[in-house]
Design a protein around this ligand. Structure first.
Ligand code: GLN
Length: 552
């Protein structure tokens, strides 16, 4: 049986429980333990697949096709190991199981209640990964904030499990906030005391407190927190604001979070964590030798979390290239034919983001046209790829009314249309083409240059596809399908060989980029942007020289 670590949050949301959990997991993994992380979310949706990105940020898709919370993305990026459906559970899923069982007659004669039926189902799911015998340690992050009505059954399940599993097999880490009052020039511990009191009222004594703070915690403050919250002083861990999320494992190491955890779980410390690759990554990321400007064009750009994995994949690729990527968010609704040149002219590349629905689509198409005509590196992901196909059909094939049937089901040229198996689908939740599918890449393509192999597997989340009826026509005039699903013949990658870097992918490469394994397409795209930038400055230097000559 695996040792269990529960991570709860107090005082406010957005304290970064996911990052702290992932950082702890990283340190334990780097000491030689096999670790996984799971997240329990207290909302009633069965999964976040039906949530708007404004509500909940990006929906992260796992290899097995689960639509999950974006924290799972952090777990994978930190640990470089895949998660699955079992790693994310919502209240909706718990209730659905219990209610289905009730209908089957599993509780015949009994009143079905939150305690014990819902809590039992939560506990069963909490132990699934432990029961798989694949892990030494399972970290469970409880979404939401302690004290929320929705969180109560989870907190109760944690209380019961702690009691059942026993002290040395299970610990609770509580993440809290120590606010700084500028007027008083003081860090305040009261909210933390209240939050721990709330946990105590629910029968949980936290073992470790991780305290988010903008300023260093003095020994006196740590002592005070320890005394009022019944924990030892070395169990009060400072978690100071970091420059990047990738610094957090090193900050937690300094605070000895991993050692404290292992001591409480009666596990040997083994070796010091081996973090050579991690530190190399950070060193290169923080000391770039060049810089590029890349435009991220989407309709949810106001909210960073909506494209979380894309942002992170650029961080990984920027370290690999030792090049700072200055990611400029551009709202697709604000781009039109008249301002596109002015909006994109300072950039060294554009990425057109995934998305759903009509809003902002013409802005994306205008931006792609500009990139295609001006040899500006272009990377299209999912809807971004579909827009590239529509743009090419309209402006090169002269099918001026070409569209995706998602936006216009009466288009005479539906170059993107619904997949056959999607035509029967009536239910929205969990019915897209989801998860990992194989793809075969043509040699001598941009994609092959990036991947260095012909057989890849990437994750999907979409309903619409490239319409193969138009494939020949596209290929004849210069947009080729360089990646194909070997079984279904679906087009997965399109590119323009005559363009320096113009690639659209139907899948989501950003989901597979990790610190240790930056995604090859992102690495290659950043490299292309660097070349573009260099070309620009060489051109500029030439022009300046010319001007100087004319003057002389
Ligand atoms: N809306 C498009 C589809 O369903 C693209 C989805 C996406 O970008 N993830 O096919």
């Amino acid at each position: 049986m695996a040792k269990m670590i529960f991570v709860t949050g107090g005082v406010t949301s957005s304290l970064g429980k996911g990052i702290v959990a992932a950082s702890l997991a990283k340190l334990l993994q780097a000491r030689g333990y096999s670790v996984t992380i799971q997240k329990f979310d207290p909302y009633i949706n069965i999964d976040p697949g039906t949530l708007n990105p404004y509500e909940h940020g990006e929906c992260y898709v796992t290899e097995d096709g689960a639509e999950t919370d974006l924290d799972l993305g952090h777990y994978e990026r930190f640990l470089n190991s895949p998660t699955s459906q079992a790693n994310n559970v919502t209240t909706g899923r718990v209730y659905q199981t219990v209610i289905n069982k009730e209908r089957e007659g599993a509780y015949l004669g009994k009143t079905v209640q939150v305690v014990p039926h819902i809590t039992d189902e939560i506990k069963r799911r909490m132990m699934l990964l432990s029961d798989s015998n694949k892990f030494d340690i399972v970290i469970t992050e409880i979404g939401g904030t302690v004290g929320d009505i929705e969180s109560l059954p989870y907190v109760e399940a944690v209380r019961q499990l702690s009691w059942e599993l026993g002290k040395n097999n299970c610990i609770v880490i509580h993440l809290t906030l120590i606010p700084y009052l500028r007027a008083a020039k003081e860090l305040k511990t009261k909210p933390t005391q209240h939050s721990v009191k709330e946990l105590l009222e629910n029968g949980i004594q936290p073992d470790i407190l991780v305290c988010r703070t903008e300023h260093k915690l003095t020994n006196d403050i740590k002592k005070k927190i320890a005394l009022f919250c019944n924990v030892s002083q070395n169990s009060v861990i400072e978690s100071i604001d970091a420059e990047t999320i990738y610094d957090v494992p090193l900050l937690m190491l300094k605070e000895k979070l991993d050692r404290t955890v292992l001591a409480k779980l009666k596990l040997p410390a083994k070796s010091e964590p081996i973090l050579t690759e991690w530190k190399k990554f950070l060193g290169k990321y923080k000391h770039p030798t060049s810089e590029v400007k890349i435009g991220l064009i989407g309709k949810y750009v106001e909210l960073q979390d909506a494209y979380k994995s894309i942002h992170e994949a650029f961080i990984h690729a920027s370290s690999a290239n030792e090049c700072h990527v200055n990611l400029i968010s551009l709202h697709s609704e604000e781009i039109d034919e008249n301002n596109v040149a002015q909006k994109l002219s300072g950039l060294d590349g554009i990425l057109v983001a995934p998305g759903f629905g009509e809003r902002g689509i013409e802005g994306k198409i205008n931006a792609i046209k500009y990139a295609r005509e001006n040899n500006l590196p272009f990377f299209g992901i999912c809807l971004g790829m579909q827009c590239a196909v529509i743009e090419y059909a309209r402006n090169v094939l002269k099918l001026t009314k070409a569209h995706s049937t998602e936006m216009n089901d009466k288009s005479p040229n539906p170059v993107i249309n619904l997949m056959e198996e999607q035509k029967q689908v009536k239910v929205i939740g969990g019915t897209m083409r989801l998860g990992a599918y194989p793809c075969t890449i043509t040699k001598s393509s941009n994609a092959y240059n990036a991947y260095g192999t012909t057989n890849i597997s990437e994750r999907h989340r979409h309903r619409y596809e490239f319409n193969n009826k138009y494939k020949k026509q596209f290929e004849k005039s210069g947009l080729v399908a360089s990646g194909i699903n070997p079984k279904s013949d679906l087009v997965e990658i399109v590119e323009i060989p005559k363009h320096p870097w113009f690639t659209g992918v139907q899948f989501h490469p950003e989901l597979k980029s990790t610190v240790i394994k930056p995604h090859p397409l992102f690495v290659s795209f950043v490299k292309a942007a660097m070349e573009y930038s260099l070309g620009k400055s060489n051109g500029l230097a030439k022009n300046l020289k010319k001007k100087a000559k004319v003057k002389a």
